[in-house]
Design a binder for this molecule. Structure first.
Ligand code: PEP
Length: 258
């Protein structure tokens, strides 16, 4: 059995303005209290848009909630003439614990390559937060049967220059691209195989202590219907959730089942 505390992280993507975000948190807190949710057993985090972070902070702090939160991406630079960007310190100063780095939608719609993702990971760590590094194969790589090598390679490319201490702070989200937002979920066995392969590689590079510390989440069409089977797998330490994190009842159910 593992010492790792599971994490359920909701990625709201470009949904909810700050008023809707505040309302969601109030409802969610009420539901969690109603089921006497034990925050020591399972950690919960929400990733709103930048524009909602301050409102989310106020909603959470004013009600003393145990829900954590973070951002969906970050600038690789600390300040200066980068119109439209948001620095890691700005995010950290809003009480954020996490930043999603390298989500497949960012890799697709923004110029985020491995070099940029390495720098985002470094910026997040330097600001005292934890990166949730997203990796995962497309349908094409799965068809070729190279999905494990691909995901492991993506983690390795981004983490190879990190120190052991830095690597220990990582959270990895294995998100097969074909499963994101499609309703097609990976089988528990294939989520486990990928998580195990990533963990083994981290252990080989940074030592077993780091490998056993890093939480590896599964992401891709997670719902209350498939969460139980997935979390049963020994190397799956929780979920990164898109669509299901926009529905209070569904998210509450998943938290309860994790
Ligand atoms: C995601 O975007 O990280 C994700 C897993 O989305 P969904 O749960 O909607 O597939």
């Amino acid at each position: 059995t593992s010492k790792r505390i599971p994490l359920v992280a909701g990625n709201w993507k470009m949904n909810f303005d700050h008023l809707e975000a505040t309302y969601f948190i109030q409802q969610f807190a009420w539901k969690l209290r109603a089921i006497h949710f034990d925050h020591k057993r399972c950690e919960i985090a929400l990733m709103p848009s930048f524009t909602s972070l301050r409102s989310v902070q106020v909603a959470i702090e004013s009600d003393n909630l145990k829900i954590r939160y973070g951002a969906q991406a970050v600038s690789v630079t600390s300040q200066g003439a980068f119109t439209g960007d948001v620095s890691a310190d700005m995010i950290a100063h809003l009480g954020c614990s996490y930043v999603i780095v390298g989500h497949s939608e960012r890799r697709k719609y923004h110029p985020e390559d491995d070099a940029n993702i390495v720098d985002q990971v470094r910026a997040v760590l330097a600001a005292g937060m934890q990166p949730i590094l997203c990796v995962g194969e497309s349908y094409e790589e799965r068809r070729k049967g190279i999905e494990l090598d691909f995901a492991v390679g993506q983690v390795r490319d981004v983490t190879c220059d990190l120190s052991d201490e830095e690597a220990a702070k990582l959270i990895v989200a294995y998100e097969p691209v074909w499963a994101i937002g499609t309703g097609m979920v990976a089988t528990p066995q294939s989520a486990q195989d990928a998580a195990k392969a990533i963990r083994n590689d981290l252990s080989a590079t940074f030592g077993t202590e780091v490998g056993e510390t890093v939480r590896i989440l599964y992401g891709g069409s997670v719902s209350s219907k498939n969460a139980v089977e997935l979390i049963r797998e020994p190397d799956v330490d929780g979920f990164l959730i898109g669509g299901a994190a926009l529905k209070v009842d569904e998210l509450t159910r998943i938290c309860k089942l994790t």
